[in-house]
Design a protein around this ligand. Structure first.
Ligand SMILES: Cc1cc2nc3c(=O)[nH]c(=O)nc-3n(C[C@H](O)[C@H](O)[C@H](O)COP(=O)(O)OP(=O)(O)OC[C@H]3O[C@@H](n4cnc5c(N)ncnc54)[C@H](O)[C@@H]3O)c2cc1C
Length: 386
């Protein structure tokens, strides 16, 4: 049977394009099929990522897509009590995702990848030697393997998604040298809302919620006094952890399609990007050594991220139980124990394990004891095997 390419990638956004760049630069014939007529749109992502993780993915913060850089996060309580967290990493980057995706597309094309736009993948059929991909207009493509990077479109547990919404806004009265995170069940129950300055005047402003995003967003804009905004985009956010298996015979799932995001923040650039690198490496070995195991991809990813994801899911489940007065109480407690400004040695991507390491299990337990009832504290002890 004649194959159109070695690998087809369904979905031309960050995860798919990173795979395309990796695979084509190593000489594999790679074809990307993207449903939209442009790369990078709609612009839904805040683009917060650490320099270390970007470098890990073999990427550098070029001017073309770097928007800003921070070392501080300011947390706001429902009554606007504030805590500043100084991260010891001055390199939390804000990326223009549209420009980053276009950069990846250019790099992939330079290495020989073929990018086909306005191609909606409508069906995927596998047999023992190939994958057949059907496009909505009737066209058919065949390859040895397929990478499914169609994001939330192919993520199975759609009921578990949060409804995210983000725009660019003109902001005033908030410091432009840090990321602002607002914890308030009124506009982001179980999650948070944010102001991420791009410069002194313009920010990314958004939130995620299980309820009604537009209404929550309006309430939030009123609260932070943002009157003018543009580029409003609603988009789902995955916070429930990854699917069980990333490989189905000749189809490999990467990025949001496999649920590879942080359960605390929904951030998927690093967790999904790392999957793109690992999946590409496994496929390259497969082509080089004829049938070496592509399952190495799944094992390697879980080895790196499984533990942190479990911690993050746990932190999320506790946070979801908190009411506004609990959040206020937590702020008071932190201020009393530390101060309004805390310096933490926190790894941005593995933030829960590094927080545990930094402040200690005992402190965490004593904080949870004052907020939650005994049954919750003892279940936490059980999970942490204390
Ligand atoms: C509001 C918001 C803010 C976020 N902020 C951050 C952040 O600050 N940091 C961070 O790390 N992460 C963030 N994320 C998460 C991050 O955006 C995602 O994890 C990341 O974009 C996943 O990339 P992906 O390539 O796997 O999927 P996607 O970016 O969703 O791309 C999927 C691609 O597949 C295409 N596609 C879908 N169906 C088909 C089809 N049938 N045929 C062909 N093509 C198809 C789509 O058009 C799209 O191009 C945010 C998400 C949201 C919603």
């Amino acid at each position: 049977m004649v194959l159109d390419s070695d690998i087809i990638i369904a979905g031309g956004s960050f995860s798919g394009l990173l795979c395309a760049k990796e695979l084509s630069s190593k000489g594999l014939q790679t074809k990307v099929l993207e449903e939209h007529s442009k790369i990078g749109y709609p612009d839904k992502c805040s683009g917060v990522v650490s320099l270390a993780s970007l470098n890990h993915l073999g990427l550098f913060p070029f001017k073309k897509f770097l928007q800003n850089r921070f070392s501080k996060i300011m947390l706001h309580s429902p009554n606007d009590s504030r805590i500043v967290i100084n991260l010891n990493d001055p390199n939390i980057l804000i990326i223009d995702r549209c420009n980053l995706d276009n950069y990846l597309a250019e790099e992939a094309i330079k290495s020989g990848a073929e990018l086909k736009l306005s191609k909606y993948v409508d069906g995927i059929l596998q047999d023992f030697s190939s994958v057949k991909v059907k496009i909505r207009d009737g066209e058919i493509f065949r390859s040895k393997y397929l990478i499914d990077a169609r994001g939330v479109a192919s993520f199975p547990n759609k009921k578990l998604l949060l409804k995210g919404i983000q725009a660019r806004g003109f902001y005033k009265g908030y410091e432009s040298d840090c990321i602002h995170v607002f914890l308030d069940e009124k506009f982001a129950p179980g999650f948070f809302s944010w102001i991420i300055p791009i410069n002194e005047y313009i920010c990314k402003v958004g939130l995620a919620t299980k309820t009604y995003p537009i209404e929550c967003f309006k309430t939030f804009l009123d609260k932070v006094k943002i009157k003018q905004f543009f580029n409003l985009n609603p988009a789902p956010i995955i916070v429930n952890g990854p699917i069980e298996h990333f490989i189905n015979n000749k189809v490999l799932y990467v990025g949001d399609s496999a649920g590879q995001t942080k359960p605390t923040t929904g951030g998927g650039i690093y967790f999904g990007g790392a999957a793109s690198i690992l999946a590409s490496r496994a496929l390259l070995h497969n082509f080089d050594e004829n049938n070496s195991l592509i399952s190495k991809y799944e094992r390697a990813w879980f080895k790196t991220f499984k533990r942190e994801i479990e911690y993050m899911k746990l932190a999320r489940s506790y946070y979801e139980k908190m009411k506004n007065n609990d959040i206020e109480h937590l702020f008071n407690l932190i201020k009393k124990t530390y101060s309004d400004e805390i310096t933490f040695e926190i790894d941005y991507d593995f933030h829960i394990s590094s927080l545990i390491k930094s402040i200690g299990i005992k402190s965490i337990l004593s904080i949870t004891k004052t907020i939650f009832d005994e049954s919750i504290t003892s279940s936490l002890k059980n999970i942490l095997k204390l």
